[in-house]
Design a protein around this ligand. Structure first.
Ligand code: DGL
Length: 272
């Protein structure tokens, strides 16, 4: 087999509704250093968490029809639980030649790791409602007590925090407090961060937590899964000088642009 040269390597497309997927991009770059990346945020549709299922699914499918033609990626990482739990199967069916690496609530690893048997899943209201999420619990965590917590506000709060705005501790605590359950002498000991925005707030969560727990961030596991699908190409230089981001609103704010620059992503507009 001939070695693929870097300029022939297709990029990896990382997708989210906003900046949350950057937590996955960071890990993907570490593990796939020879690949270039395109980061796509459907910020015109943000937040996905409150959308009704049918229109959101349509939106994601038609957006991907455009993205795949335009950018011809090697693989797609859907770095959004809200999108993938809804539209993952439809994306694979609609684009059978594309590799889709998904993001789903890390319920299986949480069930394997918990000592108290009390697990909470912190997600968007959309992800909490999904049949996919219920199936994960039934398949992998039926022996655990699983509390699903759908937060209306945390994804927006994470974006605000990254913009440098101050968050009100009481408001954040109100969002995470339902995750902390005490029952018959046992307490929640692991909380799944089932929205890719939330790892940005992990330090705030740790500081405000009523008691210490493990906060499970699946970013590294998603990156490892992508690496299994995307073949390693040896002897290639670091390719990230070519990385860029696309925001569907075409007008991300100044602080988002600064964040992208810090992540080494040039901002490109999707020509209409
Ligand atoms: N980052 C997305 C996720 O992982 C959700 C944020 C949103 O509500 O758009 O679920």
């Amino acid at each position: 087999m001939e070695t693929q040269r870097r300029h022939e390597l297709k990029p990896i497309l990382v997708f989210d509704s906003g900046i949350g997927g950057l937590t996955v991009l960071r890990e993907a770059r570490l593990i796939m250093p020879e690949r270039s990346f395109i980061y796509v945020a459907d910020d015109a549709g943000f937040p996905y968490g409150g959308w009704a299922e049918a229109p959101l699914k349509d939106r994601i499918l038609s957006l991907f029809a455009e993205l795949l033609v335009r950018y011809e990626p090697e693989a797609v990482i859907v770095a959004c639980n809200t999108a993938f739990t809804l539209a993952g199967a439809d994306l694979r069916a609609a684009f059978p030649h594309m590799h889709f690496v998904g993001t789903v609530p890390a319920i299986k690893p949480a069930a394997e790791r918990t000592r108290s048997g009390m697990v909470s899943v912190l997600a968007t209201p959309g992800t909490v409602k999904r049949a996919y999420t219920r199936d994960l619990i039934q398949s992998f965590a039926s022996q655990c007590h699983v509390r699903l917590v759908g937060s209306e506000n945390l994804a927006r709060m994470a974006e605000a925090y990254i913009r440098g705005e101050n968050l009100d501790d009481a408001a954040v605590l109100a969002e995470i407090e339902p995750c902390f359950v005490e029952q018959e002498g046992r307490r929640t000991d692991i909380i799944v961060l089932a929205c890719t925005h939330y790892p940005f707030l992990a330090n705030v969560f740790r500081r405000l937590a009523p008691w210490p727990v493990d906060w499970l961030d699946p970013a590294e596991a998603i990156a490892r899964q992508a690496r299994r699908i995307v073949p390693l190409v040896e002897n290639e230089d670091w390719a990230h000088g070519h990385d860029f981001a696309v925001f569907t609103s075409k007008r991300p704010g100044f602080s988002t642009i600064r964040l992208l620059q810090g992540a080494g992503l040039r901002l490109e507009t999707m020509a209409s």
